[in-house]
Design a protein around this ligand. Structure first.
Ligand code: 3H9
Length: 700
């Protein structure tokens, strides 16, 4: 392999080219190569320098795989400072995404030119970090304090045109970036333009009160997270200190973040998300099926949301319902959702209309005859789903992928209703389906490799994060959730209130407490499912008598204005009321339970360790391909805090011996039925191994 950085002189301009696929990350070799290029340019006859990249993008940041390893000179801040110190104009030529350390290289350059299609950003916060190569000091000097805070605490990239408006990019071109960058460099030389060093600009002025207020807002938006708060400290330093002193504040804050468990969790999630897309044992050259026309069966909330995903990605969608009324309601929901998107500035009126027009309503299965993919999204009834698949088998063309959005039913039994089980797969979306990122891709016993590979690729096209699951009741996510939900309900009947449970879990980092989640989903959902089962299969009654009693009183959750909480019809504000408390106390009394005070740590441990214990079974059974897939499911589908790295990574940070000890304590207190330790947990705890160690060689 050749060196990842080369230096040439083109018509008197020194050109530093970086070629380090896939994203030109700043590995040690790239940092050294850039520094060598700058040193060469300092001594040769070139009049100016252009820094550019080969491949699909400008530098996308520091090399994350090097984090946590012993640092090697030169460090990135040294490289960026050397670029800025050069006595000839330096132009950064940006295409693709200039991110993190990559954008800091551009900020160290004296001038920046970008392709119109390019984006720039400082996404370090998403890895629990902050820009550590001068970004926190240079950005506010160029764009002002408010814009710098927004850019760095959100981590969201911005288009080149917005960066130009903010003063972060000097020139934007439609195409021909390399030629335009050389021409720009020559123009600067001809004009005798200065080496414009951002570090020499004075501190960026700001009303000091803005920082405390911003931190308060972050405490709500990014509760418990270290990096966003540290970013504010750095920008505050940039508003009052000269660059070298501000840089010391940045360095200390960067090192504190890098050493934090939060960053370890978020870095784990970065790789877990990408690993989840890989399917063990599947040949990378597996040919894919083409998907341009999609059928969706069922125009309820789920089916409508699913249809929107495909239309948003430019595909033709046929949305099928049993009658015109139901279809009309579905199309109305879709129209409302797009109108909401326009109102929130997510898309223009024209885009919304064009996208909506890709969705055609129908009540005739014949319209699905030439669909490449059909997703069934009717309610959870195995017989009904089997009937639909039998019908699809009759009407759909050979090679069409037949998918079910079931949350619980057996995908193999659904596939068996067709003469082509190899074409059948589960695509489990999460509600609201047009917003939630997670997609569980359920591989049936007979699912063909190319069907699986096509669905994984398709998931990316509709901007989902796919995770493969084997077939079992509830797949990965809902199977684990049953245990979490059971413990939440048991805490409720044993003495906690909805508020104490939700507060404990939200303080710990969950996006929403379980009681609010139950109310949001509707207490009637579980009620109906239980009614369909014989009493002996309904599970521990202590875990469902309260929701059942509430449902029987008409308190179904948020949709009826009351469930575990009551809701303000206008604001949706919620509060715990006397009626709900009375139901809880009555049910506890009837079961002979003496309610007691339950502290937050018991609530958190019971809910989280029950999740982990079931997760251990899921990896051991091979339902999930690897523990990190479970982390992706929980972070993207269930509001688990990403900075804790997902439940399985969290288990390793606590230590499996400690997790095992707590699970055994709960088994001794609450019984074997709910708390039998998973065999893999018991084994690894006994061997003193982590789940990560086991995952690197699961046969051991
Ligand atoms: C930083 O810069 C700190 C500095 O401020 C201070 C230092 C002192 N490193 O996402 P994809 C790999 S922090 C190593 O599927 P896409 C990725 O794992 C960094 N590897 O492609 C994957 O590998 P594989 C700030 C990286 O087109 C492959 O590239 N920067 C890195 O969907 C393709 O990735 C960021 O946080 C990296 N930095 O999206 C940017 N980035 O094929 C992080 C990617 O083996 N990166 N890989 O699975 C991204 O956001 C996206 O990758 C990007 C491309 C938008 C660039």
């Amino acid at each position: 392999m050749g060196a990842p950085v080369s230096y040439d002189v083109v018509d008197g301009i020194g050109v530093i080219s970086i070629d380090n696929p896939p994203v030109n990350a700043l590995s040690h070799a790239v940092r050294s190569g850039i520094l060598d290029g700058i040193r060469t340019a300092a001594d040769d006859a070139s009049a100016a320098v252009v820094i550019r990249c080969e491949g699909r993008t400008f530098i996308a940041g520091a090399d994350i795989t090097e984090f946590g390893k012993p640092p090697k000179d030169p460090w990135l801040p040294e490289v960026v400072d050397a670029i800025e110190a050069l006595d000839k104009p330096v132009v950064a030529a940006i295409h693709g995404t200039a991110l993190g350390g990559g954008f800091e290289v551009a900020l160290g350059s004296h001038y920046r030119i970008a392709l119109k299609s390019a984006k720039v950003g400082l996404p370090e916060v998403k890895l629990g970090l902050l820009p550590g190569a001068g970004g926190t000091q240079r950005t506010p000097r160029l764009a002002g304090v408010q814009a710098a805070l927004d850019l760095m605490t959100s981590g969201a990239p911005i288009p080149a045109s917005s960066a130009e408006a903010a003063g972060l990019v000097d020139r934007v071109v439609d195409d021909g970036l390399d030629a335009a960058a050389l021409a720009y460099a020559r123009e600067l030389v001809d004009e005798g333009a200065a080496c414009r060093r951002t570090s020499e600009l004075p501190p960026s002025s700001a009303d000091p009160s803005i920082f405390a207020e911003y931190k308060r807002q972050l405490e709500r938006r990014a509760h418990g997270q270290l990096a966003p708060q540290k970013i504010v400290d750095c920008v505050e330093a940039a508003s009052r200190l000269p660059f070298p002193e501000g840089s010391i504040v940045e360095r200390e804050a960067f090192m504190a973040c890098m050493a934090s468990p939060q960053s370890a969790g978020l870095r784990h999630m970065f790789f877990a998300e990408r690993e989840a897309a890989k399917i063990n044992g599947l040949d990378k050259s597996t040919p894919l099926r083409e998907v341009a026309k999609v059928g969706v069966i069922g125009a309820g909330t789920m089916g409508s949301g699913i249809a929107m995903n495909f239309a948003n990605a430019g595909m033709q969608v046929y949305l099928l319902e049993v009658n015109d009324d139901a279809l009309g309601r579905g199309l109305e929901t879709i129209a409302k959702n797009y109108a909401g998107g326009v109102k929130r500035g997510k898309m223009s009126e024209e885009q919304a209309l064009a996208t909506r027009e890709r969705i055609t309503g129908t009540t005739d299965y014949a319209d699905l005859a030439d669909a490449d993919l059909v997703v069934e999204a009717v309610f959870e009834d195995l017989g009904l789903k089997q009937d639909i698949f039998e019908r699809l088998d009759e009407v759909c063309k050979p090679g069409a992928i037949l998918a079910t959005n079931t949350s619980y039913q057996d995908v193999n039994k659904i596939a068996a209703a067709t003469s082509r089980p190899a074409d059948v797969i589960g695509l489990h979306f999460f509600s609201p389906a047009h917003i939630m990122k997670l997609l569980e891709v359920v591989r049936g016993d007979a699912t063909a490799d190319d069907v699986l590979a096509t669905c994984m690729k398709l998931a990316k096209a509709i901007r989902k994060i796919p995770v493969v699951s084997g077939v079992c009741y509830g797949f990965i996510g809902n199977r684990m959730l049953q245990h979490y939900g059971r413990e939440a309900n048991l805490c409720l009947i044993e003495g906690a209130t909805p508020e104490t449970i939700d507060t404990a879990m939200q303080q710990w980092g969950m996006a929403m407490g379980p009681m609010r989640v139950f109310d949001l989903a509707g207490l009637d959902v579980g009620y109906k499912a239980r009614q369909g089962l014989p009493p002996e299969e309904r599970g521990d009654p202590r875990a469902f008598v309260i929701p059942d009693a509430l449902v029987e009183m008409g308190r179904l959750g948020q949709k009826t204005g009351a469930g575990l909480y009551t809701y303000d019809p206008d604001t949706r504000d919620y509060r715990f009321d006397a009626e709900s408390l009375e139901v809880i106390e009555t049910q506890a009394k009837e079961l002979g339970i003496e309610r007691r005070e339950i502290d937050a740590s018991e609530i958190v441990d019971r809910l989280i360790f029950s999740l982990i214990n079931e997760g251990m079974r899921i990896v051991e059974e091979g339902i999930a391909q690897r523990p990190s897939d479970i982390d992706v499911v929980y972070v993207y589908g269930y509001g688990f805090p990403a900075w804790r790295g997902g439940p399985m990574f969290y288990a390793d940070t606590v230590g499996l011996d400690e997790v095992y000890k707590r699970v055994c304590e709960f088994r001794d207190r609450f019984g074997e039925e709910n708390w039998a330790p998973a065999p893999l947990l018991e084994r690894l705890a006994g061997e003193g191994r982590s789940l990560a160690e086991w995952a690197s060689d699961p046969s051991s």
